[in-house]
Every structure is written in structure tokens, then in C-alpha cells.
Design a binder for this molecule. Structure first.
Ligand code: ARG
Length: 468
């Protein structure tokens, strides 16, 4: 974006000041380089404010119409990319106001009656964040839908489940993928709840004490699609808790993205070999010809770090700030915008990456049964024969050690060997320690048995329906 150079006479507070702003101070205080993003919301808010001033008979109908026409022309300039930004006008709000006066003359100077940039800026941010949260919720839904689709395709593929990154018990790949679907579902719930707190009209708060004009705030709220109005003007212009809350939700969502992406990095190694990343989402090495690197997944894993930074950064800005507006609050914008853009970029690449993953079903199946992962099932078998679980655990632990010494799998040990550890063993045990039997045994709601997973899958499918 090209910003025009400085022209000090233009400052809205010029009346009070004798000397021009130092160019370094001008550059230092300007928020235009990042708050230009708010232009659609600043126009929307100003149109609504002009109408409200008309309804309150502060402006004549002709004045309202002139302002609306001017704002409409300015909208056209933004859409065509011809709006003449002027950095010396500090922020998007003053840029638009000055442009309006250039276009329609003196009457443009009436728009700011009874309003302050303090209530204007927080209105703009609320309108912006409302749109962005809706968009992010939809992008999370698309990621969930991709996971559900892959889970459906792999509903009978077993794999090793891990604790402590050690093979623990067999699970279905679908069960593993659905774990993320439910994490993302809670992210969408949190974001929706947060929307309820973004939904509040601050306009009419003025600089801090309220507005001295008879504005109908409730109908203004309705016009802007808010269901509530702020009940304290000082609170309205000076708190940013709705942004902090969004950043906290964003940090949790980014954590879920990071864990999923981290598993893809791990799973695509030769050591795991569970998945092959699509070429379109991998990169090569500039030195080693054989390399296929998971850079996209690694960046998805890493992005959480900067989002955490933005949350902690804004908390630190807010801490100890006296009421009401302080210019420190301008520091809310870069962390917010960067978080929104980082999240949307991440979700936008994660969904197609998931769609194109190639799972190595043969390898998943084979590894699902290795490393004594059905030892718990052997213990459960002894429990079924009446042995207290603690004794069964101890007994099977000894069986496992013996099998390791013999270099055999559990199901390769003859019954004669097993009965040396417990007289309760009989032929039935072999049917209980297969991967399939282990999966099927975990049939409680929420477990990994095929029928339990089918139920979860049906629920997951419903929550990712378009429009949900
Ligand atoms: N650019 C400012 C911000 O982002 C707008 C509000 C300025 N208000 C003021 N009293 N200086 O917070």
C-alpha cells in the first residue's frame, strides 16, 4: 500500500496545537499500516451512526443522505484499490473521515458528532471479529469434515494406540482420527460462545463518559446486528476482554492443529511409516536428493507458538491499565490480526492436506498386533476366570518377559508354557488376544470397538454437516 507523505495542517486536533508532529512520532503512533483492514467495518459503523444522528434529529435528512453518498463513494475507492491513504492521518478512522470531507465538503465534518474514535475503534474491531470468528468456525468445520471422511474410509483399519509414545493397545485408525474431530468440535463451541461476548454495541459511549446526543442505542444495535448494548461507557471503550477471549480460544485451537500436524510429522517418518504426505504438501531438500520433508505439517505444528505469544502479549498490555481509553490499547490490533490470519492460513492448508493423506493400511495393521499390545486382554481373560486383576497383571507380566526371552509373540506361546504361569489358561485364550478381539472388547460408548466407533462416527458426521 502506498501512503502519501506528511501534511501537518490536516490533523483533526490542529486547533489546539502550535507545532507539527515530529515525523518520527507520526510514524511511531500510526496504526494505518495495520488497521487499514478495518475499512469495511468503519464504513458500516459510520453509515449506521449517520442514520442514528438523523433519527435523533441531530442531522437533517439531506445531511444524512450526503454523508451516505460520500461513504458509498469511498467504499468504491477501497473496492477498486484507489483509496488515497495518508499515513499522517494516523489511522483508518481519520483517513475515512478526512476523505469524506474532501468529497462532500463541510457537512462531512458532522459525522463525528457525539462519537469518539474510542467507541468507534472498538465497534470496528467487534464487527471485524464477528465476521472472522464465523469464518474460522466454518474453516474448522471443513477440517473436521475431512477427518470424518478419512475415518469413514478407514473404519476397520487397526493401528497401535500409544501412551508415552510406547505401543499400548490396538485402536482403530478411525478412532484416532475422530479424537481430533471431537477436539475441534469443542473449539467450535468455544468460538460460538465467544461470539456471544463480541455481540455488544459500544457506540454511544463517546470518548469515555457517554454521548450527549439523544441516540437510540437499541435501534442502532439492531441496525448493526448486535443483540445487546454496553451498560457502562468506560467499560465499553477500555476493555478488550472479548479479544483476549478469542486469542485464548485461538491458542487452544492452534494447539489441536499443532498436535495433529506433529503426529503427521512422526507418522510420515521411515520409522513409523504410517502415512505418506501428498507431494503437493511436502518439500524436497536443496542438498539431499532423496528427501521428502513435511514442511507444511511442521509449520502447522509451529504456528501455535506465535499465537500463544499474541495471547500473552496482549494480556501484558492490558495488565494494570487505568480506565478508560489509553493509547496502549492500539496494541490490541497486530496480535489480533496476525492470529486471525495465522489461523485461517493454517486451517486452509490443513483440510486439503488431510484429504490427500495416503495411509499405509498394511503397515498399520501389521504394527497393530506387535509388541505385546494385547497383554491387557490376556489379563482380562484371567480376570474372567476369577483371578483378581492385580494378580492377573503380575502373571501376564511374567508371561510377557518369558515371551521376550523366547523371541516369540504372545499367541506363539504353546498352552503348555502358559499353564506354567497359571492353571487358569486354556485354549480359549488365543481367541481373546487377537487384535480384533481386543478391539471388540472395548465396546462401551467412547471406546474403540468397531460398533462404538460406528456410533461416534454417526455423531461426528452429524456435527460436521454444512451449516452446523
Ligand atoms: N488508532 C487508535 C487505536 O487503534 C484509535 C483510537 C485513538 N484514540 C485516541 N484517543 N487517540 O486505538
Amino acid at each position: 500500500m502506498g501512503f502519501r507523505g506528511s501534511l501537518m495542517a490536516d490533523k483533526p486536533w490542529g486547533g489546539r496545537f502550535g507545532d507539527p508532529t515530529h515525523p518520527a512520532a507520526e510514524r511511531f503512533t500510526a496504526s494505518l499500516p495495520f488497521d487499514y483492514r478495518l475499512w469495511p467495518y468503519d464504513l458500516q459503523g459510520s453509515e449506521a451512526w449517520a442514520r442514528a444522528l438523523g433519527q435523533a434529529h441531530v442531522l437533517t435528512e439531506a445531511e444524512v443522505q450526503a454523508i451516505l453518498r460520500g461513504l458509498g463513494e469511498i467504499r468504491g475507492e477501497f473496492e477498486q484499490g484507489t483509496f488515497p491513504y495518508r499515513i499522517e492521518l494516523e489511522d483508518i478512522h481519520m483517513n475515512i473521515e478526512r476523505r469524506l470531507i474532501e468529497k462532500i465538503g463541510e457537512v462531512g465534518g458532522k459525522l463525528h458528532t457525539g462519537r469518539s474514535r474510542n467507541d468507534q475503534v472498538v465497534l470496528d474491531v467487534r464487527l471485524y471479529l464477528r465476521d472472522e470468528i464465523r469464518a474460522i468456525r466454518e474453516e474448522v468445520r471443513i477440517v473436521q469434515a475431512a477427518l470424518v471422511q478419512r475415518a469413514e474410509e478407514h473404519r476397520d483399519c487397526p493401528m497401535p494406540g500409544y501412551t508415552h509414545l510406547q505401543r499400548a493397545q490396538p485402536v482403530l485408525l478411525a478412532h484416532h482420527l475422530l479424537a481430533y474431530v471431537f477436539m475441534f468440535q469443542r473449539d467450535r463451541e468455544r468460538l460460538r460462545e465467544g461470539l456471544g461476548r463480541v455481540d455488544l454495541l459500544p457506540l454511544g459511549s463517546g470518548a469515555l463518559a457517554g454521548s450527549a446526543y439523544p441516540i437510540d442505542r437499541l435501534s442502532l444495535a439492531k441496525l448493526l446486528g448486535f443483540t445487546r448494548i454496553s451498560e457502562n461507557s468506560m467499560d465499553a471503550v477500555s476493555d478488550r476482554d472479548f479479544i483476549l477471549e478469542f486469542l485464548a480460544h485461538a491458542a487452544i485451537l492452534a494447539t489441536h492443529v499443532s498436535r495433529l500436524a506433529g503426529e503427521l510429522c512422526l507418522w510420515s517418518t521411515a520409522e513409523f511409516g504410517f502415512v505418506e504426505l501428498p507431494d503437493a504438501f511436502a518439500t524436497g531438500s536443496s542438498l539431499m536428493p532423496q528427501k521428502k520433508n513435511p514442511d507444511v505439517a511442521e509449520l502447522l505444528r509451529g504456528k501455535a507458538g506465535r499465537i500463544y505469544g499474541h495471547l500473552v502479549g496482549l494480556l501484558a498490555v492490558m495488565k494494570g491499565l487505568p480506565l478508560a481509553y489509553n493509547r496502549d490499547l492500539q496494541e490490541d490490533k497486530e496480535p489480533l490480526f496476525d492470529t486471525v490470519e495465522t489461523l485461517r492460513g493454517s486451517l486452509g492448508v490443513l483440510a486439503p492436506l488431510i484429504v490427500d493423506l495416503r495411509f499405509d493400511v498394511g503397515r498399520l495393521r501389521q504394527t497393530a498386533g506387535e509388541q505385546y499390545v494385547t497383554a491387557t486382554d490376556m489379563a482380562d481373560y484371567l480376570v474372567g476366570k476369577g483371578l483378581p486383576f492385580r494378580e492377573a497383571h503380575e502373571c501376564v507380566g511374567r508371561v510377557v518377559r518369558f515371551a521376550i526371552e523366547q523371541g516369540k509373540r504372545l499367541d506363539e506361546l504353546p498352552l503348555a508354557d502358559l499353564t506354567r504361569f497359571s492353571p487358569l489358561f486354556d485354549e480359549e485364550v488365543y481367541a481373546r488376544i487377537t487384535v480384533e478381539a481386543s478391539l471388540e472388547a472395548r465396546a462401551l460408548p467412547g471406546g474403540t470397538a468397531p460398533e462404538a466407533v460406528a456410533t461416534a462416527l454417526a455423531h461426528a458426521r452429524a456435527v460436521v454437516e454444512p451449516g452446523s
